[in-house]
Write a protein that binds this ligand. Structure first.
Ligand code: MN3
Length: 249
Protein backbone atom coordinates (compact mmCIF):
# COMPACT_ATOMS: atom_id res chain seq x y z
CA UNK A 1 0.00 0.00 0.00
CA UNK A 2 2.69 2.42 1.03
CA UNK A 3 4.81 1.31 -1.94
CA UNK A 4 1.98 2.10 -4.32
CA UNK A 5 1.49 5.52 -2.80
CA UNK A 6 5.20 6.25 -3.09
CA UNK A 7 5.34 5.18 -6.71
CA UNK A 8 2.36 7.34 -7.50
CA UNK A 9 3.84 10.32 -5.75
CA UNK A 10 7.22 9.89 -7.45
CA UNK A 11 5.57 9.43 -10.82
CA UNK A 12 3.85 12.76 -10.38
CA UNK A 13 7.32 14.23 -10.60
CA UNK A 14 6.30 17.55 -9.14
CA UNK A 15 8.05 18.04 -5.83
CA UNK A 16 5.62 20.79 -4.96
CA UNK A 17 2.90 18.16 -4.96
CA UNK A 18 4.34 16.48 -1.90
CA UNK A 19 1.94 16.81 0.96
CA UNK A 20 2.47 16.23 4.63
CA UNK A 21 0.58 12.95 4.22
CA UNK A 22 2.86 11.68 1.45
CA UNK A 23 5.88 12.67 3.50
CA UNK A 24 4.60 10.69 6.46
CA UNK A 25 4.03 7.62 4.30
CA UNK A 26 7.54 7.91 2.89
CA UNK A 27 8.98 8.18 6.36
CA UNK A 28 7.09 5.11 7.54
CA UNK A 29 8.38 3.16 4.58
CA UNK A 30 11.99 4.10 5.26
CA UNK A 31 14.23 1.93 7.46
CA UNK A 32 15.18 3.29 10.90
CA UNK A 33 18.02 5.79 10.67
CA UNK A 34 21.14 5.00 12.65
CA UNK A 35 23.05 7.99 13.96
CA UNK A 36 26.44 8.20 12.33
CA UNK A 37 29.56 6.89 14.01
CA UNK A 38 33.07 8.28 13.63
CA UNK A 39 34.30 8.04 10.00
CA UNK A 40 37.93 7.74 8.89
CA UNK A 41 40.16 8.12 5.82
CA UNK A 42 39.55 7.65 2.99
CA UNK A 43 36.39 9.57 3.73
CA UNK A 44 33.33 8.85 1.66
CA UNK A 45 30.11 10.74 1.07
CA UNK A 46 27.42 8.99 3.13
CA UNK A 47 24.24 8.53 1.08
CA UNK A 48 21.26 10.61 2.08
CA UNK A 49 19.22 8.31 4.35
CA UNK A 50 16.02 9.25 2.46
CA UNK A 51 14.86 10.61 -0.88
CA UNK A 52 15.87 14.19 -1.71
CA UNK A 53 12.17 15.09 -1.57
CA UNK A 54 11.66 13.56 1.89
CA UNK A 55 11.82 16.95 3.60
CA UNK A 56 9.40 18.69 1.22
CA UNK A 57 7.76 21.11 1.39
CA UNK A 58 9.99 22.58 4.12
CA UNK A 59 13.33 21.81 2.46
CA UNK A 60 13.03 21.45 -1.31
CA UNK A 61 14.43 18.47 -3.18
CA UNK A 62 16.68 20.56 -5.41
CA UNK A 63 18.37 22.17 -2.42
CA UNK A 64 18.81 18.78 -0.75
CA UNK A 65 20.33 17.32 -3.91
CA UNK A 66 22.79 20.14 -4.51
CA UNK A 67 23.63 20.44 -0.83
CA UNK A 68 24.46 16.75 -0.47
CA UNK A 69 25.77 15.82 -3.93
CA UNK A 70 27.82 18.98 -4.55
CA UNK A 71 28.59 20.82 -1.32
CA UNK A 72 29.10 17.88 1.01
CA UNK A 73 30.86 15.87 -1.72
CA UNK A 74 33.33 18.72 -2.16
CA UNK A 75 34.20 18.75 1.56
CA UNK A 76 34.89 15.00 1.38
CA UNK A 77 37.04 15.29 -1.75
CA UNK A 78 39.00 18.25 -0.40
CA UNK A 79 39.57 16.56 2.96
CA UNK A 80 40.92 13.42 1.29
CA UNK A 81 43.14 15.52 -0.97
CA UNK A 82 44.55 17.40 2.02
CA UNK A 83 45.40 14.16 3.86
CA UNK A 84 46.85 12.33 0.89
CA UNK A 85 50.48 12.91 1.92
CA UNK A 86 49.89 12.64 5.69
CA UNK A 87 49.27 8.93 6.39
CA UNK A 88 49.79 9.25 10.15
CA UNK A 89 47.13 11.96 10.43
CA UNK A 90 44.89 10.11 8.01
CA UNK A 91 44.85 7.17 10.42
CA UNK A 92 42.89 9.23 12.97
CA UNK A 93 39.10 9.06 13.07
CA UNK A 94 37.51 12.37 12.16
CA UNK A 95 36.62 13.49 15.70
CA UNK A 96 40.21 12.98 16.87
CA UNK A 97 41.62 14.71 13.82
CA UNK A 98 39.47 17.76 14.52
CA UNK A 99 40.28 17.56 18.23
CA UNK A 100 43.99 17.81 17.43
CA UNK A 101 43.59 20.65 14.96
CA UNK A 102 46.08 22.96 16.69
CA UNK A 103 48.76 20.24 16.44
CA UNK A 104 48.33 19.69 12.71
CA UNK A 105 50.91 21.01 10.22
CA UNK A 106 50.25 24.56 9.02
CA UNK A 107 50.05 23.24 5.48
CA UNK A 108 46.80 21.35 6.06
CA UNK A 109 45.29 22.85 9.23
CA UNK A 110 42.90 25.19 7.44
CA UNK A 111 41.89 22.50 4.94
CA UNK A 112 41.09 20.07 7.76
CA UNK A 113 39.27 22.76 9.73
CA UNK A 114 37.03 23.69 6.81
CA UNK A 115 36.59 20.37 5.04
CA UNK A 116 36.84 18.05 8.04
CA UNK A 117 34.45 20.30 9.92
CA UNK A 118 32.18 20.40 6.89
CA UNK A 119 32.21 16.62 6.51
CA UNK A 120 31.45 16.08 10.21
CA UNK A 121 28.67 18.67 10.34
CA UNK A 122 26.91 17.46 7.21
CA UNK A 123 27.23 13.75 8.07
CA UNK A 124 25.35 14.53 11.29
CA UNK A 125 22.95 16.97 9.62
CA UNK A 126 21.38 14.52 7.13
CA UNK A 127 20.66 11.97 9.86
CA UNK A 128 18.83 14.38 12.16
CA UNK A 129 16.47 15.37 9.33
CA UNK A 130 13.93 13.29 7.45
CA UNK A 131 11.69 13.13 10.49
CA UNK A 132 8.23 14.39 11.30
CA UNK A 133 9.06 17.28 13.61
CA UNK A 134 6.74 17.68 16.54
CA UNK A 135 8.17 17.51 20.01
CA UNK A 136 10.72 15.15 21.55
CA UNK A 137 9.83 12.84 24.40
CA UNK A 138 11.73 10.93 27.06
CA UNK A 139 15.18 12.03 28.20
CA UNK A 140 15.62 14.69 25.50
CA UNK A 141 12.34 16.36 26.42
CA UNK A 142 13.30 16.29 30.10
CA UNK A 143 16.73 17.79 29.39
CA UNK A 144 15.22 20.58 27.29
CA UNK A 145 12.69 21.42 30.00
CA UNK A 146 15.43 21.43 32.66
CA UNK A 147 18.00 23.47 30.68
CA UNK A 148 15.73 25.87 28.75
CA UNK A 149 12.49 26.02 30.72
CA UNK A 150 10.27 24.76 27.90
CA UNK A 151 10.40 23.35 24.39
CA UNK A 152 9.01 26.62 23.02
CA UNK A 153 11.79 28.59 24.72
CA UNK A 154 14.39 26.13 23.44
CA UNK A 155 13.21 26.58 19.85
CA UNK A 156 13.17 30.35 20.23
CA UNK A 157 16.72 30.38 21.61
CA UNK A 158 18.01 27.97 18.95
CA UNK A 159 16.46 30.01 16.14
CA UNK A 160 17.97 33.16 17.66
CA UNK A 161 21.41 31.52 17.62
CA UNK A 162 20.95 30.62 13.95
CA UNK A 163 19.65 34.05 13.02
CA UNK A 164 22.41 35.81 14.96
CA UNK A 165 25.23 33.92 13.24
CA UNK A 166 26.61 36.59 10.88
CA UNK A 167 27.25 35.09 7.45
CA UNK A 168 27.72 31.36 7.09
CA UNK A 169 27.68 28.90 9.96
CA UNK A 170 25.68 26.61 12.18
CA UNK A 171 23.27 26.75 15.11
CA UNK A 172 24.29 23.94 17.43
CA UNK A 173 22.94 22.10 20.47
CA UNK A 174 25.84 20.75 22.53
CA UNK A 175 25.49 17.91 25.00
CA UNK A 176 27.97 17.04 27.74
CA UNK A 177 28.55 13.69 29.43
CA UNK A 178 25.98 14.50 32.12
CA UNK A 179 23.34 15.21 29.49
CA UNK A 180 23.33 18.98 30.01
CA UNK A 181 22.39 20.93 26.89
CA UNK A 182 23.78 24.28 25.74
CA UNK A 183 23.39 26.32 22.57
CA UNK A 184 26.15 27.67 20.36
CA UNK A 185 26.52 29.44 17.03
CA UNK A 186 29.59 28.52 15.00
CA UNK A 187 30.99 30.38 11.96
CA UNK A 188 31.83 28.66 8.67
CA UNK A 189 32.47 24.94 9.28
CA UNK A 190 34.11 25.44 12.68
CA UNK A 191 32.97 22.27 14.40
CA UNK A 192 32.63 22.14 18.19
CA UNK A 193 34.49 18.82 17.81
CA UNK A 194 37.60 21.02 17.47
CA UNK A 195 37.07 21.96 21.13
CA UNK A 196 36.32 18.39 22.15
CA UNK A 197 32.61 19.12 22.51
CA UNK A 198 29.80 16.82 21.54
CA UNK A 199 26.95 17.79 19.20
CA UNK A 200 23.39 16.71 19.88
CA UNK A 201 22.18 18.25 16.62
CA UNK A 202 22.74 21.35 14.53
CA UNK A 203 21.14 23.31 11.72
CA UNK A 204 23.05 24.62 8.71
CA UNK A 205 22.54 28.36 8.20
CA UNK A 206 24.80 28.70 5.16
CA UNK A 207 22.76 30.27 2.36
CA UNK A 208 23.31 27.11 0.28
CA UNK A 209 21.03 25.31 2.79
CA UNK A 210 18.00 27.48 2.09
CA UNK A 211 18.49 30.16 -0.57
CA UNK A 212 16.59 28.53 -3.45
CA UNK A 213 13.38 28.36 -1.42
CA UNK A 214 13.75 31.03 1.23
CA UNK A 215 16.18 33.51 -0.39
CA UNK A 216 17.19 35.99 2.34
CA UNK A 217 14.50 34.80 4.79
CA UNK A 218 16.70 32.80 7.12
CA UNK A 219 14.19 33.15 9.97
CA UNK A 220 11.51 31.41 7.88
CA UNK A 221 13.91 28.57 7.07
CA UNK A 222 14.85 28.17 10.73
CA UNK A 223 11.18 28.06 11.72
CA UNK A 224 10.31 25.54 8.97
CA UNK A 225 13.27 23.25 9.74
CA UNK A 226 11.65 22.04 12.96
CA UNK A 227 9.07 20.23 10.83
CA UNK A 228 11.68 17.77 9.52
CA UNK A 229 13.76 17.07 12.61
CA UNK A 230 14.05 13.37 13.43
CA UNK A 231 13.64 13.14 17.20
CA UNK A 232 14.32 9.40 17.19
CA UNK A 233 17.82 9.99 15.90
CA UNK A 234 18.31 12.89 18.31
CA UNK A 235 17.24 10.59 21.16
CA UNK A 236 19.81 7.98 20.06
CA UNK A 237 22.52 10.65 19.93
CA UNK A 238 21.55 11.87 23.40
CA UNK A 239 21.69 8.32 24.77
CA UNK A 240 25.14 7.77 23.26
CA UNK A 241 26.42 11.03 24.74
CA UNK A 242 25.19 10.28 28.25
CA UNK A 243 26.34 6.65 28.13
CA UNK A 244 29.76 7.75 26.92
CA UNK A 245 29.79 5.48 23.91
CA UNK A 246 32.12 6.12 21.01
CA UNK A 247 32.05 9.70 19.82
CA UNK A 248 29.69 10.32 16.91
CA UNK A 249 30.21 13.22 14.55
MN1 MN3 B 1 25.92 23.00 4.20
Amino acid sequence: MVTIVRRTVLAAGATAAFTAVARRLLAQDAPPQPALSDPSYPFTLPPLPYATAANEPYIDAQTMGIHHDKHHAAYVANLNAALKDYPQLAALPLTQMLGKLTELPDTIRTAVRNNGGGHAFHSMFWTVMGGQGGEPDGAVAAAIARDFGSFAQFKTDFNKAGLGQFGSGWAVVLVDATGKLTLAARPNQDSPLIDGKRILFANDVWEHAYYLKYQNRRADYLAAWWNVINWKVVAARYKAATEGTAHWV
